[in-house]
Design a protein around this ligand. Sequence first.
Ligand code: 3EB
Length: 343
Amino acid sequence: MYGLTMGGTALTKGIYLEHSSVVTTGGAVGANEGQLLGSILFLNSKAGQCDQPEFTICSEKFDMDYTENWLVNENVTTGQTRLIDYSQGSNFLIGSTSVRYTDIQTFNRDVTERYRDIFDCIESQGYKTLARVWNFIPSIHIKDGIDRYQHFCQARHNAFESHYNDMKAALPAATAVGIEGEWLHLYFIASKLPVSFCENARQISAYEYPLQYGPKSPSFARASLIQQETPLLLISGTASVVGHKSLHINDVAAQTRETLDNLQALIQDTDQQYGTQFGDLTSLRNVKVYIRYIEHKILISGLLDKLLPEHVDRVFIVADICREELLVEIEAVASDQLAGDMT
Ligand code: 3EB
């Protein structure tokens, strides 16, 4: 097999992720000569000062700056639709769109319209599959009748339902968390390669949650399996939810362990269903840990040091998890190195 290697990961045709504590801007990145498909900047600064909202998430709560770099080994070009900035290689497109919150009616309309814009953007560029979406929602717990997250879910649901004949089969992996300030930020990855959506048996599919969590269920899959040479699993924000219930209220250590159990189950179920060989948590390459309170960082970080293999790259983001009782949520990227080695 040909290809450069990075930290034990073969760099072959496909997409991969590197976190960097250095804020980088454009060009080839690192020693691997991958091309930067897109960078998302997480900046510790006043959210109100976020004057370039695309691909930039600002919060005073972040305890450090870092950049999330999505790399490909293809040439990358950039483009813009009216409301979306994007860049693409030949198999992947990453895009970003942001809108300032004014009032709840406008917010609901904006969410639906921006999702439609995303569908239009990727389809006009020849991408069939929306693989992964990140949603940063301003004042996520504020209540206008139902809470803002529930409004968001309803508006997002409407967008998927009106665009796809079989909505459940089209739901991407996702993260939805609350963010300071007034901006709703969405960023996303679409792929021309085959993508399979994964669920795990410990958790009811989010799109089948009962009504107690809001009038319309959250529109996401637990993970997206990108069928590239070295298969990649883009794992959604995962929390201490079993069945549909939040477990371990006020116990951040137990929530963290439960979350890892969910990740483990998801990896196992994916292997069973799709014949991949992710195996267990050792296939994880990167994790992004959303924590509600910075005060929990040392405890969670210490637990992850014990429970995750050393090679797993970790970053922490202080943000409001969408259910108020959840203290931690973990998203991840796993790589099926075994499959990669066998090709
Ligand atoms: C959960 O399991 C936790 O609404 O897009 C995680 C990831 C969660 C994505 C979303 C919500 C979303 O329900 C919350």
